[in-house]
Design a protein. Structure first.
Length: 122
């Protein structure tokens, strides 16, 4: 799994991709021809100050690292954080992300448990 970084890649996912909504995140998915899926994170200023935004981004990255082996190849994905994501526990955020990824058709296995990352790492 690679990272989405370029603004035009983000724009392509936002304009041509399909958004799926969760309680704490919005996952936008665009099928691509690549052999690897790419993931980008969007945490806007409405979420909170820089400390809060960085905390949410760290948590989302840790969740996606734990799910990396289960993500189907060939997709560009943007995970956007909602304002509620700041107050969510790590476990609640992880469950929401996994549920929305599964609904989006990105998770390959039906295993409900994931590799848990302890709270101190996020």
């Amino acid at each position: 799994m690679e990272r989405l970084k370029r603004p035009r890649d983000f724009s392509a996912v936002y304009t041509r991709g399909k958004p799926n909504f969760g309680k704490f995140v919005v996952v936008s998915v665009l099928p691509m021809d690549g052999k690897v899926s790419r993931v980008g994170f969007a945490v806007g200023k409405k979420v909170g100050n820089a400390v809060a935004r960085n905390k949410v981004k760290r948590r989302l990255r840790a969740i996606m690292q734990g799910q990396a082996g289960r993500i189907s190849p060939g997709f560009d994905v943007i995970i956007g954080a909602k304002q509620k994501s700041v107050t969510a526990s790590f476990r609640d955020l992880e469950e929401d992300v996994c549920r929305v990824l599964k609904y989006s058709g990105l998770l390959t296995s039906n295993r409900s448990e994931s590799t848990r990352v302890s709270e101190e790492h996020a």
